[in-house]
Design a protein around this ligand. Structure first.
Ligand code: NI
Length: 180
């Protein structure tokens, strides 16, 4: 178990399509999951996908830790590890919201996402997970699963002007200031 280096925008490994996990009980997968847990915790991230630590497998981790200090207005998202996730939008409605990414440090951008969706996959013990979620929870899952297809949030900006460095966006009143 270790805190791994997080790849940053520009690294071609972030642009690969990740492969499905064949055997959820493989011991190397347990190591990967432990590393994702340690790395996300070290960075207080809202989520982390395996490609962000250079592993091209369809595994994402998100949520936990109560209210995320980076997203103080969002309802807590349960700590979830998802293997081979499949997302299905449940309504036509989309919603814009600000996102950041540990692979795009210091920046935020506004992205349109499905408001309601179902996600399915396997947890770390190989059990099936199926949840219908909405709002910030749905947004986090979409953001993390995009990483599995080599997509990062700046690819999906709803407006090129709604993108920038956190202090500048805060000064302009576009995003709320986060203390500390
Ligand atoms: Ni990200």
């Amino acid at each position: 178990m270790s805190v791994r280096q997080i790849l940053r925008l520009g690294d071609p490994r972030l642009r690969q399509r990740a492969k499905a996990v064949g055997d959820p009980f493989d011991s190397s997968l347990a190591e990967l999951i432990a590393d994702l847990e340690d790395t996300m915790a070290a960075h207080q991230g809202a989520g982390l996908a395996a490609p962000q630590i250079g592993v091209a497998l369809r595994v994402v981790l998100f949520g936990g830790g109560g209210v995320n200090p980076r997203y103080p207005d969002a309802a807590p998202v349960p700590h979830t590890l998802l293997i081979n996730p499949v997302l299905t939008p449940l309504a036509d409605e989309q919603q814009e919201g600000w996102e950041g990414c540990l692979s795009v440090p210091g920046l935020r951008g506004r992205v349109r996402r499905w408001q309601q969706l179902r996600y399915q996959g396997l947890d770390a013990a190989g059990n099936k997970i199926e949840r219908c979620v909405e709002g910030f929870h749905a947004r986090v899952v979409q953001h993390e699963c995009d990483h599995l297809d080599g997509v990062l949030f700046p690819d999906k900006l709803s407006d090129p002007a709604a993108f920038g460095f956190i202090p500048e966006l805060e000064a302009a009143g576009l995003i709320p200031s986060v203390p500390g």
